[in-house]
Design a binder for this molecule. Sequence first.
Ligand code: PEP
Ligand code: MN
Length: 263
Amino acid sequence: LANRMFHPEDTIVDVDGIKIGGKNIVLIAGPCSVEGEDQIVRIAKEVKEAGANMLRGGAYKPRTSPYAFQGLGTEGVLDLVKARDLTGLPIVSELMSVDKLDEFVKNVDIIQIGARNMQNFDLLKAVGRTKKPVLLKRGLCNTIEEWIMAAEYIMAEGNPNVIFCERGIRTFETYTRNTLDLAVIPIIKERTHLPIIIDPSHAAGDYKLIESLSLAAIAAGADGLIIEVHDEPENAWSDGAQSLKPSKFNDLVAKGKAIAHVI
Ligand code: PEP
Ligand code: MN
């Protein structure tokens, strides 16, 4: 179903009138974790002002340590809804388990399947039974073929609204958190008709690298970016080191627009 051979034209996923795919470049920005209503509303306003089209924020967090902050759960989802009400930005958040599916279908605009759940087949089938757009992150150690097959799981249940998201893969390299694989952009575009966006934040692990990787992704033909932005990265409850301040995000948007214009 994802195969370009049987579907030559690009699929465009429509999220409340915002089109992902085709000629558009969609910018999704926001903190790694929702930390409360004030924080998410504040950041939502700032990223909107800078030119973001959608807001991200995790309410259920897949943390390496069980003792690390696990997310605000339902409260965090409702804080995102509040931020959407106040800014009009559609919201993207990660679903970690099937038992929260109804909450996500009711409240969020794009359901994110995190890297660690890329091959959680029950979860893929569950989101496949809805019509919600799904942001399918590539697993930490998964091949492109496995990733396309994960999309196929969602589509086979009847949901055509799948967006790929490359967020870096594990390699021997330690200077970056992960290694951003930009080759996936032309490969996914050749093999499938689905949109693909890039997450330079989780790939780099370091805010200083975000701008270069973002511009490279746009130049390589990505349909959008998802970037972690926090107004106090040093105090962020998760992933502060890779989060841009709103002013830096603003600069990046201006440079990105210049490149997109040239392409
Ligand atoms: C996230 O988006 O905050 C996240 C946990 O991403 P990933 O699943 O790519 O690690
Ligand atoms: Mn994060």
